[in-house]
Write a protein that binds this ligand. Structure first.
Ligand code: SF4
Length: 502
């Protein structure tokens, strides 16, 4: 990836807004033709917040998408996109329901009545209102709200510099993944572990709180191959998922008791001397404290907490410790509880105790994005130094409803910008979110492909580009292949990218 080092921050972001330069810097893009009307095939990546992080290939001729598919040679995507993405051009980019022009509200909030407005007029009107808000209430009266609707590095952070510049309230975007990440970090110091494709080497696979048959389909394909080679599959999940139904063994514990189960497994492993002492001595600290702590987590005690049979707890500990390579896969399922981070922290100790990390296919599998930091020169996308230190207040995205309706917030939120997100249907405490969106004194601006539930409450709606129309960079959360992509077909060039709007 040496070429990426030559990209300056400015020209990389300009690629996003103009979609016009940089082919020589993009080794994954095939651009064999100088005739704009001739067919071009380029590689790209699924923009959705999904563990699979698939690669796709799009062919554009005469400014129209003529083919869209998953490349067979991609080691993880392996020629298959899921149903959500398989028809993306027709379902999203060319959808007759897609928004193509800016809209201004003419009905009541939520009524969905709008009239068309030009980009220039909409931007001028919004700017004037923002200036008044900043002058009278301060920049913190403005709140950006965005999340993983487009996971591209440019689009997901599209508004950061603008909102920093005007001193807006900062949004803490951590509704998902943060708790598990914190738990694993506490044990391992980083979250990268076994790469998804290496599960093929595993012989004892524990899917802990994940349902790959539905939500990690490409990983499931490799799990099936590992099973065909003799691997045993164990699923730990309070829910009888499709994955659990296909497992060799399903342990259906009481929701929220994963920490107790992990500590119970550690208890058995240490009690029965199944640990890899040489590995512990060389690579870990704190075994004495841990041994003392898990004394109280004998299978009998853990059975009462988890609802599992005590013999099953002991058997799982023995099989896991003796299986080699043994692998535990966690994602975000087990974090959605009060002690989610503790569960991940305790689970992450298991491979360190048994030395499961040693053989290929053994250890813990979670994220992979840390692999890309240096290679992809992330700092190109950072907020410039001059803006970084603005110490404005923060609002956690899970408290959007409270932030929009609170009488104590000073200043109150008077302008809300929503992009890459549909908080009316995705945030907790939906009633208070809706109450906030109904406020007549709240300027709401939404960037969207369609008139979503949130967009219906907007004062202004800007059409957003789809993943086929942006330059972007994908590092990918859960496989080890980075992607550059660019497919800005001209038919829709009237739409600005999100970065362009800000
Ligand atoms: S499986 Fe996930 S990453 Fe792959 S195409 Fe579907 S949504 Fe996108």
């Amino acid at each position: 990836m040496a070429a990426s080092k030559e990209i300056t921050r400015r020209n990389f972001l300009e690629m996003s807004t103009q979609g016009a330069v940089g082919l020589s810097l993009m080794p994954l893009i095939a651009s064999s033709c100088s005739d704009a009307n001739a067919a071009k095939t380029v590689n790209g990546a699924c923009c959705l917040d999904c563990p699979d992080s698939c690669s796709w290939q799009v062919t554009v001729a005469n400014n129209q998408v003529t083919d869209f598919k998953a490349p067979a040679e991609h080691p993880f995507t392996a020629g298959k996109l899921c149903d959500k993405m398989a028809d993306y051009p027709t379902d999203v980019t060319y959808s007759p329901h897609r928004l193509l022009k800016p809209l201004k509200r003419i009905g009541k909030k939520g009524e969905g009545k709008f009239e068309e407005i030009t980009w220039e007029k909409a931007i001028a009107e919004i700017s004037a209102q923002l200036q008044t808000i900043i002058k009278e209430k301060g920049g913190e009266a403005i709140l950006p709200f965005s999340y993983g609707g487009n996971e591209g590095k440019v689009q997901i952070n599209a508004g950061d510099n603008f909102f920093m510049h005007i001193g807006a309230t900062q949004l803490e975007r951590n509704i998902c993944g943060g708790a598990v990440e914190a738990g694993i970090m506490a044990t391992n110091g980083q979250t990268t572990g076994v790469l998804p494709e290496d599960i093929i080497h595993s012989q004892y696979i524990v899917l802990w709180g994940t349902n790959p048959v539905h939500s990690n389909q490409h990983l499931w394909t490799i799990v099936e191959k590992a099973r065909a080679k003799g691997a045993k599959l164990v699923v730990i999940d309070p829910f009888q998922s499709q994955t659990a139904l296909q497992a060799d063994w399903h342990l259906q514990l009481v929701p929220g008791t994963d920490t107790a189960l992990a500590l119970g497994l550690i208890h058995v492993i240490l009690k029965e001397k199944l640990q890899d002492q040489a590995y512990i001595d060389q690579y870990t600290t704190g075994i004495e404290e841990l041994t003392k702590h898990v004394e109280q987590y004998a299978p009998q005690a853990v059975a009462k907490i988890t609802g599992l049979d005590e013999t099953d707890i002991a058997q799982l500990a023995r099989e896991y410790a003796k299986g080699s390579p043994s692998l535990i896969r966690v994602l975000i399922g087990l974090e959605h509880q009060a002690n989610g981070a503790s569960a991940a922290r305790a689970i992450a100790m298991l491979p360190a105790l048994t030395g499961a990390w040693k053989p290929l296919g053994g250890g813990l599998m979670n994220m992979t994005y840390e692999l890309f930091g240096d290679a992809l020169n992330y700092q190109l996308l950072d907020t410039p130094e001059g803006l970084k230190n603005k110490n404005t207040r923060k609002v956690n995205m899970v408290q959007l409803g409270k932030a929009l309706t609170s009488k104590d917030l000073n200043p109150a939120i008077h302008a809300l910008f929503v992009f890459n997100s549909n908080p009316a249907v995705t945030m907790p405490n939906q009633n208070s979110v809706m109450k906030g969106l109904e406020r007549e004194d709240l300027l709401t601006v939404v960037l969207e492909h369609f008139l979503t539930d949130t967009a219906r409450y907007a004062d202004y709606v800007f059409p957003a580009t789809t993943a086929l129309e942006n330059w972007d960079l994908f590092d990918f959360l859960r496989n080890a292949l980075p992607y550059f992509q660019r497919t800005r077909h001209r038919a829709l060039r009237a739409i600005k990218t999100q970065y362009g709007v800000f």
